[in-house]
Ligand binder design. Structure first.
Ligand code: KIV
Length: 266
């Protein structure tokens, strides 16, 4: 596969080729995603939940995000690597936003950052884009706003909120965003947004009429089992398989089967 960059993604949209994005938070999983030919590796702040075990994404820090981005970077050769700006890394002002986004590129080796939010973050998207930091936007259900939204809920169900999301997508494109994640929005609205902008839309819980799809890798692989969002699909059962392998190891040790001759030195 050829190295993916921001221009490749724009070309894919214009040629109506679907784009794929998955999260990865360290070297081995980033390697798997990259080898499988996925276009974008996102070091998502979802790691707060699926790696760190928190209830939501708010606790993960900038230092932790940079640490995970560095690990993922070593596993990526072809995919575009995107670092997810964590809660309070850009909300307090443009200077913070520039410094923190810069860390993803300078220290983490990312090639772009992702930022949650619509009209309220337009100045941030503009400032980062002007500083040559490519920005992926994220609207609809934005998990960093969980306390305002009152939970992980579908967004844009009324005419007013749907129109606002369309306005936000257009504004983000004008501000310089090179792609827009649409999370948990009705299928028809996702289609309208996708047709309203010339940058690619990447859906998670946004139906099929978007330019690409994104999932949290641990949902897809069946590693994170605390809950499975309605929009996610499990393609493997790695947690169950892992427990089975670990049980077998325990059994073999207890029965004196492991280590055998093959695992022993003469
Ligand atoms: O943090 C994350 O993994 C994300 C994706 C779900 C888009 O933001």
């Amino acid at each position: 596969m050829k190295k993916i960059n921001v221009q490749t993604l724009l070309k894919k949209k214009s040629e109506r080729q679907k784009i794929t994005m998955l999260t990865a938070y360290d070297y081995p999983f980033a390697r798997m995603v990259d080898e499988a030919g996925i276009d974008i590796v996102l070091v998502g702040d979802s790691l707060a939940m699926v790696v760190q075990g928190h209830e939501n994404t708010l606790p993960v820090t900038m230092d932790e995000m940079v640490y995970h981005t560095k690990m993922a970077k070593r596993g990526v050769t072809d995919a575009l690597l995107v670092g997810d700006m964590p809660f309070m890394s850009y909300q307090a002002g443009l200077s913070d936003a520039l410094k923190n986004a810069g860390r993803f590129l300078k220290e983490g080796g990312a090639e772009a950052v992702k930022i949650e939010g619509g009209l309220e973050v337009l100045p941030v998207v503009q400032a980062l884009s002007s500083a040559e930091i490519p920005v992926m936007s994220h609207i609809g259900l934005t998990p960093q706003a969980i306390h305002r939204m009152g939970g992980f809920k579908v967004q844009g169900r009324t005419e007013e909120t749907a129109n606002r999301l369309i306005e936000e997508a257009k504004g983000l494109e004008d501000a310089g965003a090179f792609a827009i994640v649409l999370e948990a929005v009705p299928v028809d609205l996702a289609k309208r947004i996708t047709e309203s902008v010339s940058v690619p839309t990447l859906g998670i819980g946004a139906g099929p009429y978007v330019d690409g799809q994104v999932l949290v890798l641990y949902d897809l692989l069946g590693i994170f089992e605390r809950f499975l969002p309605k929009f996610a699909k499990r393609y493997a059962h790695m947690k169950e398989d892992g427990i089975q392998a670990i049980r077998q190891f325990r059994d073999e040790v207890e029965k004196g089967i492991f280590p055998g001759a093959d695992q022993s030195f003469k």
